[in-house]
Design a protein around this ligand. Structure first.
Ligand code: NAD
Ligand code: GLY
Length: 382
């Protein structure tokens, strides 16, 4: 990390991946620097901006103006907002538009949006002309702290989420935290679940800081003293944690699995809710992390008080921590167990869980019996 020289200056975090290394730039107002940053990296390239209708309404003109001001040509592809755009048909639309705009190997795709656009545009970039470079401009908190970093790109199959995709690293991430001002509180809160995740999986001190400062993170208040502003600090700590894990394990054969804390339980509830507005991804992860801590306590790995402390924080910010807090009909035990057994992390029939030995001390285990999970969930559903 390059420390900010003055409060408000951008912060830069490197992702160290040899020739695929890149920089994450964090700060309020950084969208206006997008064009000059791209021009410095790829002088004279043509740019195609992919966005969704909601984000385009707010930020497409500013992104295009910044690119034009840097002397670069740009075209745009705008798709409907929402998870349904991570589809084969929308991938085709984006690919055909990139080809029609004559985006070639030396040109660039810009993903301007949340995780849906990052995943869709990133995957289109991975496959058009066997691989175009792309830049992530994440506009949701979830995308700024998680999906824009690490190179996972994908669309959904009828059989499940993110089943068709590629590892394809961006060449730059520009996280303008001012863009989060237009995000709904519910979407911000869902993204915050991924912020807490970094504390819970590997950084007790960061979790303690969040317990004290989460209201300032939500409010987006100014910097004090030599510290970055609270929201920027939360994004910074999150991407530093993610960048370090991705640098160690780009292809998720080891440590990167820790980023799935809360996901085995969470995904089952998210899938049972049909990946709909009934339960946003981050909300499902909040619930999943509460369950992972309770399950760890049940196994004697942590004191019950540690699980209760985590649940207290998640509940304080308004994330669901109990199955009764999810909207719509409660899924049956059989449905949840079926979904857990189909989880991407299942390897030759063995369930994979991320459990904890303490707050900030997560580990991957395949030593979890389905019957034990079933008994635990039966109790939670009762
Ligand atoms: P999203 O992209 O659907 O954005 C949520 C909503 O907010 C959309 O309606 C969008 O139009 C709107 N929006 C976005 N930015 C806005 C802004 N600044 N102001 C106002 N409205 C704005 O959802 P998301 O939560 O960002 O991402 C979820 C997706 O990310 C899922 O598909 C998930 O699978 C994926 N994901 C990917 C990774 C990865 O590593 N690639 C990691 C986590 C999640
Ligand atoms: N969001 C999990 C990962 O990037 O690996």
């Amino acid at each position: 990390m390059t420390a900010p020289l003055r409060p408000g200056d951008p912060i830069s975090v490197p992702v160290d991946l040899d020739q695929r290394s890149y920089e994450i730039v964090i700060g309020r107002g950084q969208l206006s620097t997008l064009g000059q940053r791209i021009a410095a990296l790829r002088p004279g390239c043509k740019v195609a901006i992919v966005s969704d209708e909601t984000v385009a309404k707010h930020y497409l003109a500013a992104a295009a103006a910044s690119i034009q001001a840097a002397g670069l040509q740009s075209s745009t592809v705008v798709v409907p907002p929402g998870e349904s755009s991570k589809s084969f048909s929308m991938l085709e639309t984006v690919c055909e538009n990139l080809i029609a705009a004559r985006i070639e190997r030396n040109d660039l795709v810009v993903a301007l949006g949340g995780g849906v656009i990052g995943d869709l545009a990133g995957f289109a970039a991975a496959v058009v002309r066997r691989g175009l470079e792309y830049v992530q401009v994440p506009t949701t908190l979830l995308a700024q702290v998680d999906s824009s970093v690490g190179g996972k790109t994908a669309i959904d199959s009828r059989k499940g989420k993110n089943l068709v995709g590629a590892f394809h690293q961006p060449i730059l991430v520009v996280a303008d935290t001012a863009l989060l001002d237009t995000l709904s509180e519910r979407e911000f809160r869902a993204g915050y679940a991924e912020v807490v995740k970094y504390g819970l999986l590997g950084d007790l001190q960061f979790f303690e800081w969040l317990e004290q400062h989460w209201k300032d993170v939500f409010a987006g208040g100014p910097a004090r003293g030599n510290m970055p502003a609270p929201r920027e600090y939360a994004v910074l700590k999150s991407v530093q944690a993610k960048a370090a894990i991705v640098a160690r394990d780009e292809r998720e054969t080891g440590d990167r699995m820790l980023l799935n804390l809360g996901h085995t339980f969470g995904h089952a509830f998210e899938a049972a809710a049909g990946f709909s507005d009934r339960l946003l991804h981050g909300e499902a992860i909040g619930l999943g992390m509460a369950l992972a801590f309770e399950f760890s306590a049940r196994r004697g790995l942590i004191p019950q008080a540690a699980a209760e402390r985590v649940i207290r924080h998640l509940a304080a910010v308004g994330l669901p921590t109990h199955v009764s807090e999810t909207a719509g009909p409660r899924p049956s035990l059989d449905t949840l167990m079926d979904l857990i057994s189909q989880d991407k992390k299942v390897k030759r029939g063995a369930l994979t869980f991320i459990l904890v030995r303490g707050i900030g001390e997560s580990f991957v285990t395949r030593d979890v019996d389905a019957a034990e999970v079933r008994a635990f969930l039966a109790e939670k559903l009762a």
